[in-house]
Design a protein around this ligand. Structure first.
Ligand code: PRP
Ligand code: ZN
Length: 286
């Protein structure tokens, strides 16, 4: 019988949608119609466990699950014996220290000898130590953002994504202590067969990620400008150039990374490119 790889994903919360979307983009069908906690993928040797995110690192360490999709913040706080295999590019957020908007604290130093409420005592204490700040850490598991208003703490340390929770609670960020996103974690002692399944899943994940970071660019260029334009667009090998029906013009096809994108588009226009089309890429196999 072929083995299956057991993956833990968040049952509900900030990473649920992104995790399911990634599996789908990897061509793996997981139907969770009946809100089941355990689902076998239809077309890949994968079994999905839906769990509370805070429990995922421990379950992966203890081999209840082989791998997991979970926030880096949860991994760092849990401090378990697991391996981070890959950043997944979704669920981006940060762990920050925030204080009341119109209060007397402005900087981290102002929090010396004060009280900070958080669900991340381990990461926070490490950070304060590094910065030589002595503050008392008050651990609470939820609704951290109301702590200053009810007199529980002077400041908080919590996850910030859109910032709307801080805004509605009249708090302002004064220090970012960790940038986080969803990561793929693995148990340290996978069997050879499970390692092979993981390799195959990773290959798909990397192809999806690469495609997201790149765009397909299609444009028209006068032939005498081709050389300049090709220098702006290196492409995977070199751009594909096809003659247009209108003489003296060519169509140029290439791939460009998201990071270089706006910069390159301006240069392309300045160099005489016209009819520029930017097309999303679905998968990229190099
Ligand atoms: C976090 C955090 C804030 C909120 C911030 O909770 O505790 O309440 O998200 O997001 P915002 O900046 O977009 O408003 P999370 O959803 O991770 O829930 P959990 O702590 O219960 O896992
Ligand atoms: Zn959580």
């Amino acid at each position: 019988m072929q083995e299956t790889l057991k993956i833990a994903v968040q049952k509900s919360g900030r990473l649920y949608e992104g995790s399911m979307k990634l599996l789908k983009e990897c061509g793996i069908e997981v139907s969770n119609g009946n809100n089941q906690l355990r689902v076998l993928a239809a077309n890949f040797p994968l079994e999905v466990f839906f769990l509370r995110d805070d429990d995922i690192p421990e379950y992966v360490q203890d081999a209840v699950a082989d791998i997991g999709f979970v926030g880096e913040n949860v991994v760092r706080e849990s401090n378990k014996e697991i391996t981070i295999i890959e950043k997944l590019g979704f669920g981006k957020c940060r762990l920050s220290i925030a204080v009341p908007k119109n209060g007397k604290f402005e900087t981290l130093t102002d929090l010396n000898q004060k009280k900070i409420a958080t669900s991340y005592p381990l990461i926070l204490s490490g950070y304060l130590k590094e910065k030589n700040i002595t503050a008392s850490i008050h651990e609470i598991s939820g609704s951290v953002e109301i702590a200053p208003r009810i007199g529980l703490a002077d400041a908080i340390c919590d996850l910030v994504s859109s910032g709307s929770t801080l805004f509605t609670n009249e708090l302002k960020e004064i220090e970012t202590i960790l940038l986080s996103e969803a990561v793929l974690i693995s148990n340290k002692n996978l069997s050879a067969e499970k390692k092979l399944i993981l390799e195959s899943l990773l290959f798909r994940i990397r192809s999806v990620k690469k495609a997201k970071n790149n765009k397909y660019v299609l444009l028209n260029a006068p032939n005498d400008k081709l050389e300049t334009i090709c220098k702006i667009l290196p492409g995977m090998r070199s751009p594909t150039i096809l003659p247009l029906a209108e003489s003296g013009w060519s169509s140029v096809h290439s791939v460009i990374s998201e990071n270089d994108f706006w910069n390159a588009i301006e240069k392309l226009k300045a160099a005489g490119a016209q009819g520029i089309l930017i097309i999303p890429i679905e998968k990229m196999i190099l």
